[in-house]
Write a protein that binds this ligand. Structure first.
Ligand code: BTN
Length: 265
């Protein structure tokens, strides 16, 4: 089970993780973090769990993870961002997570694979998903009151086992390196990296985020399938705009931005 004291031992960050809640079992770390945020918990408050009874992914999907194997973490942010650019938070987190994983692989001398992002929130190695990010925010008076960034990272559960619950191709750190990983150390590293980068990003109003995120994305020009409330359409992945929204081209040449919907493929 996760050892809070060991996480704190490796933690260098002063704000991210200062308030750290660790549960053996919870419904969803995002739900608990949202409750704490609504009650006034400060930025950088972290909720972790060994097991989620109702772990959630994007678009109402389930996020499954065996007890004590993976990283299930939610962080409360209070960003000074315009509401319409809230998507930048997810992109920034994906970028920081990739950089953190790259540094970890280098430090531990594992052969580093190429980590890529799939719009907007999946971290993949090749076609296989390693981690996902679910950002949920509360808007008040046209300002972001808080955002909860939830991270699910497959660590010590082999993909073969994870795949029993999910149809999409998956991978985990233990599959990539053929060994188990110290979750407490990884969590602390990630929180340290989040704190290091977050305040820089925040000061620049997240301006560098889109360009940095694009460096890890291989989807430009790809044929994709867009699923929205009005239906399904084939399209081409064109760009990600300053708001962090996907820009796609329809078969008739019209260019649209995806405000709410899902990308298949
Ligand atoms: C996705 O890829 O669809 C996003 C998955 C996010 C899963 C994490 S696990 C910790 C946090 N709590 C949740 O219920 N979901 C997020």
């Amino acid at each position: 089970m996760l050892d809070k004291k060991r996480i704190e031992k490796y933690l260098k960050a002063s704000i991210f993780g200062e308030y750290l809640y660790v549960f053996d079992e919870i419904e969803s770390t995002n739900d608990h973090a949202k409750k704490l945020a609504a009650e006034g918990a400060p930025e950088g408050t972290v909720v972790l769990a060994d097991y989620q009874k109702a772990g959630r992914g994007r678009q109402g999907r389930r996020w499954s993870s065996a007890a004590g194997k993976n990283i299930l973490m939610s962080v409360i942010l209070r960003p000074q961002l315009q509401v319409e650019t809230v998507q930048r938070i997810t992109l920034a987190t994906a970028d920081i997570l990739i950089q953190s994983l790259e540094k970890y692989f280098e430090k531990e001398r594992y052969k580093s694979p190429e980590f890529v992002v799939k719009w907007p929130n999946d971290i993949l190695v090749g076609p296989e998903k390693l981690a996902g990010i679910l950002t949920e925010s509360s808007i008040r008076d046209k300002r972001i009151e808080y955002a909860v960034v939830g991270l699910g990272i497959n660590v010590n559960q082999p993909a073969e086992e994870l795949r029993k619950d999910v149809e999409e191709p998956l991978t985990s750190l233990c599959d990539l390196t053929q060994c188990e990983h110290d979750r407490e150390k990884l969590i602390a590293r990630l929180l340290n990296d989040l704190e290091d980068h977050y305040y820089y990003i925040e000061r620049t109003n997240y301006d560098s985020v889109i360009e940095d995120w694009k460096k890890h994305c291989h989807q430009f020009g790809n044929e994709i399938i867009i699923e929205t409330a009005v239906g399904i359409e084939e399209a081409k992945f064109r760009d990600v705009n300053a708001k962090g929204l996907l820009v796609y081209e329809c078969p008739d040449g019209t260019v649209k931005e995806l405000i709410a919907g899902r990308v298949r493929r």
